[in-house]
Design a protein around this ligand. Sequence first.
Ligand SMILES: *[C@@H]1O[C@H](CO)[C@@H](O)[C@H](O)[C@H]1NC(C)=O
Length: 418
Amino acid sequence: MVSPDHSHFTIASTFRLGGAALVAFMFIWTICSSFNATPIPPTTTTPTFTASFSHYDSPERNFYDDPKLSYSLGSSHPMKGWDEKRQEWLKQHPSFASGALTRIVMVTGSQPGPCKSPIGDHLLLKLFKNKVDYCRHHGIDIFYNNALLHPQMFFFWAKSAAVRATMLAHPEAEWIWWVDSDAAFTDMDFVLPLRRYDHHNMVVYGWDNVVREKHTWTGINAGVFLLRNSQWALDFLEVWASMGPQSPDYEKWGKTQNAFFKDKRYSVSDDQSGLIYLYLNEKWGEKIYVEEEYYFQGYWAVTVPTFENVTARYTEIERSVAALRRRHAEKVSEGYARVWDEQLKGKGSLRRPFVTHFTGCQPCSGDNNPIYSSKSCVDDLIKALTFADNQVLRNYGYMHRDINDPSIVNPLPFNYPA
Ligand SMILES: *[C@@H]1O[C@H](CO)[C@@H](O)[C@H](O)[C@H]1NC(C)=O
């Protein structure tokens, strides 16, 4: 039997050896590269060595070496055989094999210039911090894009270009998760039930029956979606984007959408109407999962008023379950989500809403939908972000006393809230 101490020692010395080997290898690699176009790959790889090497590219050729590869939508050389190309890349980079089926890259973003509203950039920063917090908790990589990748694809159309480019930049990721800049994670513990989506390539939030029966353009929300990194998704994005402003059919699509959706009040083609239109077409719809069991994205005017009661409910559970009061490293917080799940079973309406989306608030421009006041938009946004921040700060030993006031925190006593 190997004693724990002994195995520690072995791992430590292997690591040091691995480090020394890496330095030596990099040196040889540099010399080789200057004489030889294809560097010689290492012949022996110990697990330690592979791990340290996970960020170095394989010298074997793959789709990146194809001069016709285009990251853009509407390219004259559309990507074909992407699923096979991704698999081949994964084979060339075996350190990414573990966890490949559940790996997610989140994409979000905002306009290239400053926000029109004087507090717009402040709010966007807080909204981005919130996404970074969620991603750190769950080991998700995040890409914030604020370049207009396709000059004509402005507003809500910009995301399809960013999502497409991210698919090619992240062959290691199975899912690309678009989250609008004005959406906030309000349950930091919640883990996406990815197994549920095994047979689908896209996940959106909405109501299947409402969309089918009433043809309402708000029956599915296009502001948050998961897209499987696949040829299907690349094809879907092309078709979806063909309804956008860069397309010769833009006006035609505006008319088609207006005739189809009785409740649409403006005549230009928009991404959400386009998404619903494609969902109702079986060719695409059969691979799109409409999630309605939890707030994959929730409407702020519905979710924010529940925060007080939800907080009271969670505090009550924490008082009765000692395991939930235990201080722990942030890295292991996902494990506590399972304990919460047990406790919250059957208490659907008293769960923290997973995502709260400030649709109609336009925090960057400040041009909120006139049905809301800008004060309620901003106050509720701050409230949601502070509600979420409390879940984060807990692991750092602090908590906001009042979720309406993000500026004040209190240190948390041991065993809080016994
Ligand atoms: C919160 O709980 C109280 C007391 O049970 C209830 O009267 C109130 O309607 C609840 N508020 C919301 C927004 O659900």
